[in-house]
Design a protein around this ligand. Structure first.
Ligand code: PGA
Length: 262
């Protein structure tokens, strides 16, 4: 029996290619202002690279509880890779999380499971917590083959990962047809897929690890649908795109528990 209580909820906002560093600073200040004092979830903002330093500066200066993540990284520490960002550079900025294998990177930048596997290993090596994204495209969903598809992604992406560090990974189940489309998986369906992912982690690593690892849902999460998603037994958090760009919307998602009590 899975015990959700041992897993701290994680609510992350992926800003994608939005917000200059100045707008990013304003946004993180507004988010911080609206946070519940007794918040028990982990909150992560994930700005573009150019805003990381500025956002981190205000997080530190105001002693915010908000954590910082990056949207991507290279799998090498340094080298002649024009235009790339090293995980060591991210670590030097006190970046704590990094998204690996977002569907937009897979789709528009041809990232393969093999590459994602290398990035995961490297992120764990330098002690940055990866948020690994998995999820099926619409065609696969229509064929009812989403379990097989996600199983394959997990097998390939997690291959050879060190058992001792695996629980530092957060997995985000993001069905591609739900990203930026306004369509969400039903909460029950998202929970079913996340439960399936947890079973796979149990098989690939161990039942104890599968109980500890946090698995988020992502895809058109908004203030109005976050509560039914977050009350599902297997869902440990949300990865939010569009709605994380607006402070009021993101705050309302983070503070979902307030609405639970009513
Ligand atoms: P969305 O994006 O919330 O805008 O659908 C989610 C994501 O891409 O992580």
């Amino acid at each position: 029996m899975v015990n959700k209580k041992i897993r701290r909820p994680i609510i992350a906002g992926n800003w994608k290619m939005f917000k200059t560093h100045l707008k990013g600073v304003k946004l993180v200040q507004e988010i911080n202002y609206g946070l519940d004092k007794d918040l028990d979830a982990e909150v992560v903002v994930i700005p573009p690279f150019t805003a990381l330093r500025s956002v981190k500066t205000v997080i530190e200066a105001d002693e915010m509880k908000i954590k910082l993540g990056a949207q991507n990284m290279h799998y090498m520490s340094e080298g002649p890779f024009t235009g790339e960002i090293s995980p060591v550079m991210l670590k030097a900025l006190n970046v704590e999380y990094v998204i690996i294998g977002h569907s937009e990177r897979r789709q528009y930048f041809d990232e393969t499971d093999e590459l994602i596997n290398k990035k995961l290993k490297k992120a764990l090596d330098v002690n940055i917590n990866p948020i690994l994204c998995v999820g099926e495209p619409l065609k696969i969903r229509e064929l009812g083959r989403q379990k097989q598809y996600v199983r394959e992604q997990l097998n390939n992406c997690l291959e050879g990962l060190n058992k001792d560090y695996i629980q530092n990974i957060v997995i985000a189940y993001e069905p591609i047809w739900a990203i930026g489309t306004g369509k969400t998986a039903t909460p029950e369906d998202a929970d079913f897929m996340i439960s399936f992912i947890r079973q796979r982690i149990s098989r690939l690593f161990s039942p104890i690890i599968s109980e500890k690892i946090r698995i988020q849902y992502g895809g058109s999460v908004k203030p109005f649908n976050v509560v039914p998603i977050m009350v599902q037994p297997e869902i440990d958090g949300v990865l939010v795109g569009g709605a994380s760009l607006n402070a009021q919307d993101f705050i309302s998602i983070i503070n979902y528990k307030k609405r639970l009590k009513k």
